[in-house]
Ligand binder design. Structure first.
Ligand code: GDP
Ligand code: MN
Length: 339
């Protein structure tokens, strides 16, 4: 974390930006989201907004149309799909009509906390070695925020450390910015799996560009009020799909990215099962009254009092549940959570 970023930022680097907001039943949040984007200091004539809606049944497109009328100064295109085929599928459609040199994808359920966010993103992309930029995540809501915060505290550190070392293979829907030419080179977003931004960013990193989570870009995301575990398991499913796809690239990845990719493959696909295996063995040994096994199990149980450890265990269990659930569904058309 103490290492320098080694980025060559040109302040005031400005190009046309296309901001894409994918929506599926976001009537409750879309107005605030558009207001949040409109509050950016970035010059109006240099940004275009595309809302791509996939057959929402709650009137989301109508709210977008109303908002567009109230904001004639903003160039807004609304694309309406009549059938929902998933977020990545929808993003590709938007990409086809995007005219910016830079494409920024941002979900409806999050906010950019600084009005100079786009300026910062563009200034990072002025570095020719950087192909994609994302943000750390700050959870917000009245949902189970404590566990999410505790998780993010670790998680953001890892993302930033990977980014400083070279690139992170995990991007965030709150803000995922790409040089459009690179995004097109890697074939846009993958319609066959859940986590589109991660996939595109990782392919860009494999091409030898940096894909970074930059600490100064602050975004908040709303945590669902209900079904937190379901939500976490679905996301874990997408991460597992993502890293399973990239196992075969670990051998050929650029040197600086290889270890990062390998570590993530290990952490997402192998490590959770070691925990399960160890627990099964310890319980088995305890039944036959092996004192060491009993002592270790007790130590494990007491450690649960410590929050970081509890969080870590929960994350492993989400990954295990997700791996099992992946056997029958990829959850590309996921259920909307109440936020
Ligand atoms: P989460 O952030 O992983 O919990 O996923 P969300 O449910 O918040 O979805 C991320 C963004 O994608 C939100 O803005 C959704 O409205 C949007 N979204 C989800 N599914 C679809 C879809 O099938 N089509 C489109 N166009 N957007 C979608
Ligand atoms: Mn979301």
């Amino acid at each position: 974390m103490n290492k320098p970023w080694n980025v060559k930022q040109i302040k005031n680097y400005k190009h046309k930006v296309t901001i894409i907001v994918p929506t599926y039943n976001e009537a409750k949040l879309i107005r605030e989201k558009l207001d949040n984007i409109a509050a950016q200091s970035y010059p109006r004539e240099l940004f275009e907004l595309i809302v791509i809606d996939s057959a929402s049944s709650d009137g989301t497109p109508e709210i977008v149309k109303e908002w567009a009328k109230e904001h004639p100064e903003i160039e807004l295109k609304l694309i309406q799909e009549s059938v929902r085929q998933g977020m990545a599928y929808a993003l590709n459609k938007a990409l086809q009509v995007a005219t910016g040199e830079v494409v920024v994808v941002t979900d409806a359920d999050c906010k950019w906390l600084d009005k100079r966010t786009l300026e910062e993103v563009l200034s990072l992309l002025s570095d020719p070695s950087i192909g994609a930029v994302t943000c750390p995540k700050i959870p917000s809501s009245n949902g189970p925020i404590e566990i999410e915060k505790s998780y993010r505290d670790f998680y953001n550190v890892v993302r930033i450390a990977e980014s400083k070392a070279w690139a992170t293979p995990i991007f965030h829907g709150e803000l995922a910015a790409f040089k459009k030419s690179l995004l097109e080179e890697v074939g846009g977003f993958p319609a066959f799996m859940g986590s589109g931004e991660n996939y595109a960013a990782t392919l860009i990193a494999l091409k030898g560009y940096r894909a970074i989570a930059f600490e100064k870009i602050k975004c908040s995301e709303i945590i669902p009020k209900k079904d937190y575990h379901k939500w976490r398991i679905r996301r874990a499913q997408h991460l597992i799909q993502h890293f399973t796809k990239f196992i075969r690239y670990t051998g050929t990845a650029p040197e600086r990215f290889k270890l990062i990719l390998l570590a993530n493959v290990y952490l997402h696909l192998v490590n959770p099962w070691l925990l399960v295996a160890a627990m099964v063995m310890l319980v088995y040994e305890s039944v036959t009254v092996a004192p060491l096994a009993i002592a270790l199990l007790l130590l494990g149980a007491f450690s649960l009092l410590c929050k970081p450890y509890r969080t870590w265990i929960a994350m492993q269990l989400y990954l295990v549940a997700a791996a099992v659930r992946n056997l029958w569904t990829k959850d590309i058309l996921w259920e909307k959570q109440v936020k």
